[in-house]
Design a protein. Structure first.
Length: 474
């Protein structure tokens, strides 16, 4: 029961959740900066409240993150100590093009990322880079309407061309959009998409999605022109949907929910809009503007591998009352057979194996698990040391499930990066207390603390997992 030779073990971060330094070295303002901590967070994230910039007496956790911008050398050295083979991180678009529509990139931004990649190189760590992890320059949102405007493709194209050229030879693995399907549930947080009064929400979203899909295919095209060895991946917020009962209506509901997500990857991996989606657009009178050449571009520039995050499975029901009380992003109800995290995320390692199998059955392309982990409250001692057996248990169970998918089911998995190997700001809540890391960061929900780093018990456990290529999970 082994992992393949060269399996890419590591951890994953996102610029807006760790870098901080939101206004340093020429960086421009982005959607992710103006999403507050506190009760308005979800309203802003979902586009229910439109913001122009910062409001007084409100805390914005992305402004400081965990100060990775200053601490990256120390942090990467800690990852190297754990034996990381890969490090997933993202580019802040507005560090490279502060407003988004400039013709010349910001050299200081490029230099920052070059420094990171060189630091990784020192330790033989393969960078895995997300081009946009939820972020979009505010100027593009306010001036152009963000992704609802086709011009965004041109600006994104400029960004990727700059990145692929400048970092050729330093970065091989790129992801075009983090959790591309999150735009359906949190359009402003997930893609900087604002919804205005009178908007036909579904049309606006799918028009923006079409632009993102074209942008993603364009990135694949440019990458191969620059260097055919570059590997481009898509990225899905995954987690299979189960029917609540064996009532065929629930089964059908579960299938619909899965299709809503698979739709994105169907296009990015197969290269065309699936017929179920075209029929739905037709039925609902959604007119998505496509240009000549779009179909060909999608067809000829599919992704090389499928990456995804997995935290939990979902449960579907047609029971309207139950649905209403679900209170979560995917409209899914609780699974009575599963335990859950302190934030109500259901823990389902077998579901991870099921998801791996479903994705591989559907696409037959290598899979890269780029997020998995347990958000939990840690209790550090006076030296900031944390005994996090709960985290070790969660990860062990999930790694075992992945091992089964590889060895028993024959799924092709090339790597696994846990979410937040160093504690960072939570995307959904803006909290710091929802921690995923092997490394504790002394900072609280309001940004107070020393920002000191300290290895947790899980740090030494994951080090052993990597050292033995997943053989010793004890
Ligand atoms: C994914 C995102 O949705 O899940 C990350 O790609 C996010 O950005 C992660 O942080 C965990 O979610 P949360 O809300 O616990 O931070």
């Amino acid at each position: 029961m082994k992992f393949p030779k060269g399996f890419l073990w590591g951890g994953a971060t996102a610029a807006n959740q760790c870098e901080g330094a939101y206004n340093v070295d020429g960086r421009g303002l982005a959607n992710v900066d103006v999403i507050p901590y506190g009760e308005d967070r979800w309203k802003v994230a979902t586009g229910k409240k439109i913001v122009e910039g910062f409001e007084e007496n409100v805390y914005y956790p992305a402004q400081e993150g965990i100060r990775f911008y200053e601490n990256y050398q120390e942090d990467i050295a800690l990852f190297a100590k754990m034996g990381f083979k890969t490090f997933r991180m993202s580019i802040a678009w507005s560090r490279i093009y502060p407003k988004g529509d400039e013709h010349q990139p910001n050299e200081k931004g490029l230099q920052f990322y070059e420094n990171i990649f060189r630091e990784c190189q020192k330790y033989n760590i393969e960078p895995l880079v997300t081009i946009t992890h939820f972020d979009c320059p505010m100027h593009l949102i306010k001036e152009y309407g963000g992704w609802r405007n086709r011009k965004l493709i041109t600006f994104y194209e400029r960004l990727v061309r700059t990145l692929f050229t400048r970092f050729d030879g330093l970065v091989k693995y790129w992801l075009t959009f983090n959790e591309i399907n999150i735009i359906l549930h949190a359009p402003f947080m997930g893609a900087g998409l604002e919804l205005h009064e009178g908007d036909d929400e579904k049309s606006v979203k799918y028009q923006a999605i079409h632009h993102e899909l074209i942008a993603s295919a364009t990135a694949s095209k440019i990458a191969k022109e620059i260097n055919p060895d570059i590997k481009i991946g898509c990225m899905l917020a995954a987690g299979s949907t189960y029917p609540l009962t064996s009532n065929p209506k629930d089964v059908w509901e579960a299938k619909q929910m899965d299709r809503q997500n698979y739709f994105f990857i169907d296009v990015q991996s197969r290269g065309y809009y699936p017929s179920y989606a075209l029929k739905e657009f037709d039925r609902e009178g959604l007119s998505i503007v496509m240009e000549e050449g779009d179909e060909k571009l999608l067809k000829e520039n599919t992704v090389d591998f499928i990456s995804f995050s997995y935290y939990m499975s979902k449960v579907a029901t047609t029971d309207k009352e139950l649905k209403k009380s679900s209170g979560n992003m995917f409209n899914a109800v609780k699974n009575p057979y599963l335990e859950e995290s302190e934030w109500g995320w259901q823990i389902d390692p077998l579901g991870f194996r099921i998801t791996l199998n479903e994705l591989y059955d559907r696409y037959q392309k290598p899979l890269f698990v780029v997020e998995n982990g347990l958000g939990a409250i840690d209790h550090p001692d006076e030296n900031f040391y944390v005994e996090d057996d709960y985290r070790i248990n969660y990860l062990r169970d999930h790694i075992e499930a992945m091992r089964d998918a590889i060895n028993i089911d024959g799924v092709d998995v090339i790597g696994y990066t846990t979410w937040g190997p160093i504690d960072l700001v939570s995307a959904s809540t803006g909290e710091m207390s929802k921690r995923y890391g092997f490394i504790y960061v002394d900072r609280d929900d309001q940004g107070r603390g020393t920002y000191q780093r300290k290895a947790k018990k899980s740090f030494y456990w994951y080090k052993k997992v990597i050292e033995t290529n997943g053989e010793d999970l004890s």
